[in-house]
Design a binder for this molecule. Structure first.
Ligand code: TYM
Length: 334
């Protein structure tokens, strides 16, 4: 039976990239009636230092945004990772399965640690085994993510395979990354070769889900582009990363394909396309940020939802952790 697990770091406000690459698709999976488990991965967030008050705030705000975007805590499990201790516990076991060489090849580690690896936290290096624990702890079969997380899901498969092999069991199912839609890699508005990211120092590079309509319109108006009109066909976007990015964003928000966006806007300049895109982004994003803001007025209710989600998550995770401990050979006497 399919079971979906995915997570988002509450290490800042969510961006349009998080929305199109993840959250919007989380809602679609829930609507398809699949079992869905969504986690705000606060343990992952502290792999780089977080101000404690901001982390609390960002976790609640991310939860509010999930609810506002259509995650229904009755049909999906929504919780924050640190409330289910089994994540950290299984992660330790998987730390002993994963190999240094595999971890060293992770591009996110290389990007985030940069040249100064000696000064990166051990947690940042071990990040992918915690992510593998998140997924394997639920025997999840499908993991909807943006393009940038594909390598981590593939590593999760390698870790599951090695665990099963080393202990001679058929215990962890191999999860499939699910990378779908027109905007699996939303790019920076300032540089079409860089990913849109909440950690980019320039706020102009991204659209935050909390941006007001004027800010959104201004950021899109100023987004870097080339001077050519939009092409009629996808081939014409090949060497135009900024133009391609804006077309992909439009397609994803309008639930259509990039080609049908070009059918409508091909031959037109950005003077026409950008205002249309800004209007669409505002139309889709503003109701979510307004509703999230409304929900944030009652943080006790948000905390209650996360707590209840954590209990339901734990009920699935705990038996799987216990079986993993048995397989490994730990004495279980209570
Ligand atoms: P995070 O918090 O960086 O991003 C959350 C989700 O948003 C997607 N995403 C994007 N998609 C398209 N374009 C972008 N510019 C963009 N930026 C981010 C990410 O691909 C991701 O799906 N390691 C994960 C969190 C995680 C997780 C997990 C995911 C922890 N445990 C278990 C799945 C399953 C991360 O840092 O995502």
């Amino acid at each position: 039976k399919p079971r979906i697990f995915s997570g988002i770091q509450p290490s800042g406000g969510l961006t349009l990239g998080n929305y199109l690459g993840a959250l919007k698709r989380f809602v679609e999976k829930q609507e398809e009636g699949i079992e869905t488990i969504y986690c705000l991965v606060d343990l992952h967030a502290i792999t780089v230092w977080q101000d404690p008050d901001k982390l609390r705030d960002n976790t609640r705000e991310a939860a509010a945004t999930f609810l506002a975007a259509g995650i229904d805590p009755k049909r999906s499990i929504l919780f924050n990772q640190s409330q289910v201790a089994a994540h950290a516990e299984l992660a330790w076991v998987l730390n002993c399965v994963a190999r240094m060489g595999w971890m060293n090849r992770m591009t996110q580690w290389k990007d985030k640690a940069g040249k100064n690896r000696e000064n990166a936290s051990v947690g940042l290096f071990a990040y992918p085994t915690l992510m593998a624990a998140d997924i394997l702890l639920y025997h999840a079969t499908h993991v909807p993510v943006g393009e940038d997380q594909k390598q981590h899901v593939e590593l999760t498969r390698d870790i599951a395979t090695k665990f099963n092999h080393d202990y001679g069991v058929d215990f962890f199912p191999l999860p499939e990354p699910v990378i779908e839609g027109a905007a699996t890699r939303v790019m920076s508005l300032r540089d079409g070769t860089k990913k849109m990211s909440k950690s980019d120092p320039s706020d102009q590079s991204r659209i935050n889900l909390t941006d007001d309509p004027d800010t959104i319109a201004q950021k899109i108006r100023k987004a870097r582009t080339d001077p050519e009109p939009l092409p009629e066909s996808l081939d014409g976007l090949k060497d135009r990363p900024e133009a391609r990015n804006l077309v992909n964003i439009y397609a994803a928000l309008a639930d259509t394909t990039p080609q049908s966006v070009l059918d409508r806007f091909g031959g037109q300049g950005f003077g026409v396309f950008k205002p249309a895109l800004a209007e669409l982004v505002v139309e889709k994003i503003s109701p979510i940020s307004a509703e999230a803001k409304r929900l944030m007025a009652d943080t006790a209710e948000i905390d209650r939802i996360l707590g209840e989600g954590a209990q339901r998550a734990e009920a699935i995770a705990q038996p799987i952790l216990q079986r993993a401990y048995d397989i490994v050979g730990f004495v279980r006497s209570r």
